[in-house]
Design a protein around this ligand. Structure first.
Ligand SMILES: Cc1cc2nc3c(=O)[nH]c(=O)nc-3n(C[C@H](O)[C@H](O)[C@H](O)COP(=O)(O)OP(=O)(O)OC[C@H]3O[C@@H](n4cnc5c(N)ncnc54)[C@H](O)[C@@H]3O)c2cc1C
Length: 412
């Protein structure tokens, strides 16, 4: 049921109507589980169409059970990138160590999934497309919680009332801004900025990551397949976020070029490619930490509520688990009790995973010469084989069964 354009002022008595803002990992997984629990779901997404490709993301631990219960494990296994190694290079390009990626990510080889973000989103989209009203190329302009429903005005001009609105619109969530206040109230800056972009894979790399480090600056190349584009990441430490650069792509490029001036290895070529890249993505490395994930009839999920940052590698997994827990908590309950249950059941898991920053993730980007030396010594001493257990935080939540009563959306 992929429709475009909202209907003016309609309201169906058949079940609770939920608007989800954002068709990313969290929004699509939430839409799926809400439908399973009997809700009528509309998803509004600012992009004009589903997004393909993208950088690789991980699905691990508890989140694997979420995708298994959704029935999308087979296509995701087929899309799995079997990353073979992670090679660390010194400032002069010399090799420091080459290790199995799971040694640092705490993942479990043979179980965890690593897939392109677009492949994950496509699998989730295929699971909901027939049952959910998708509204691409639009976004929430304003919303008003009347106590009995949420009156939404869309940028495209439509107006409609929903029983609930869920913000799944990412780290810089507009829903959060509208309902909970400015991002800086919840933004926890982790001391780094990064530029991500793709360039032709002229490096002969395949299913591997190469990471070049100097104190406070790092360049990574992530190759899925030979012949495919390679994902480049230029990451650098900075005490304060460079707010002035955010709205101006040229200022972002200048900032990154200035920070990496004089660097060796392939960095000059990467800077040249960044200048030409049409998919440059510049941001701070940050988390979102909120005291509450809901207010009235509006709640948040995924990066909008609890972005853990890519240093944890847990963003997609938290989005999947959060979506499952939120939808299940709503089944058969009024929204106040449901949102409280969602937080009570999910917050500890989220916090454990957000706290993984520093346990491997930040070790990828040491900011001082001393930290870099320690990191390199640690790499040389790593055991030969990864543990088969994975990090306890990844599996710290045992997923409850919420049942799939199709009538649940009518209750309360
Ligand atoms: C460079 C990079 C590397 C990463 N690497 C990893 C990794 O290795 N492993 C991992 O697990 N995670 C990784 N992540 C994080 C991961 O992508 C996110 O944590 C995860 O996708 C969270 O999903 P989400 O659905 O909450 O948010 P998002 O994926 O950000 O999706 C939000 C959606 O909302 C839409 N949207 C935004 N604003 C609006 C609006 N106003 N109205 C309507 N729609 C809107 C967006 O277009 C998007 O479709 C990485 C992130 C980045 C940036």
């Amino acid at each position: 049921m992929t429709r475009n354009g909202p209907t003016e002022g309609t309201r169906t008595p058949r079940g609770r109507e939920v608007l989800v803002s954002g068709a990313g990992v969290a929004g699509l997984a939430l839409a799926y589980w809400l439908r399973r629990h009997g809700f009528l779901v509309t998803v509004v997404e600012k992009a004009g169409s589903p997004r393909r490709g993208g950088y690789p993301v991980d699905v691990r631990g508890t989140a694997l059970e979420v995708v298994r219960r959704m029935g999308v494990l087979p296509p995701l296994r087929a899309a799995h990138i079997e990353l073979r190694r992670l090679t660390f290079l010194a400032g002069d390009g010399g090799e420091i160590a080459s290790v199995e990626p799971q040694l640092l990510t705490g993942g479990v080889a043979g179980e965890d999934l690593e897939v392109r973000r677009g492949d994950l989103a496509s699998a989730l989209y295929a699971a909901v497309a027939d049952d959910v009203e998708m509204q691409y190329g639009d976004r929430i302009e304003a919303l008003q919680d009347s106590g009995h429903g949420v009156d939404v005005t869309f940028r495209g001009g439509g107006r409609r009332t929903f029983d609930l609105v869920i913000g799944a619109d990412g780290l810089h969530s507009h829903t959060r801004e509208l309902v909970f206040g400015p991002e800086e109230d919840f933004h926890r800056y982790l001391g780094y900025c990064f530029a991500g972009f793709t360039l032709p894979n002229t490096f002969g790399l395949s299913r591997e990551t190469v990471l070049w480090n100097e104190p406070g600056r790092a360049a990574a190349l992530y190759a899925v397949e030979e012949g495919d584009d390679v994902h480049a990441l230029l990451n650098f430490s900075r005490p304060e976020p460079p707010f002035g650069a955010f709205r101006h792509p040229e200022a972002q490029r200048d900032l990154v070029a200035g920070v990496f001036a004089g660097a060796g290895w392939e960095v000059p070529g990467l800077l040249a490619a960044m200048r030409d890249a049409d998919d440059l993505f510049f941001d701070t490395v940050s988390q979102i930490r909120m005291p509450r994930w809901s207010k009235g009839r509006v709640a948040l999920v995924g990066d909008a509520a609890f972005a853990p940052s890519f240093l944890t590698g847990q963003g997609s997994s938290l989005a999947l688990v959060g979506a499952y827990m939120l939808a299940g908590s709503l089944a058969g309950r009024g929204h106040e009790a449901a949102f409280a249950a969602y937080e009570n059941s999910t917050r500890e898991f989220v916090t454990l995973n957000q706290d993984l920053v520093g346990e491997g993730g930040a070790a990828l980007f040491p900011a001082t010469a001393r930290d870099l030396e320690h990191r390199n010594a640690m790499l040389r001493d790593l055991p030969a084989a990864p543990s088969a257990q994975g990090r306890p935080a990844h599996s710290a939540l045992a997923l409850p069964e919420f049942g799939s009563a199709a009538s649940a959306g009518r209750t309360s």
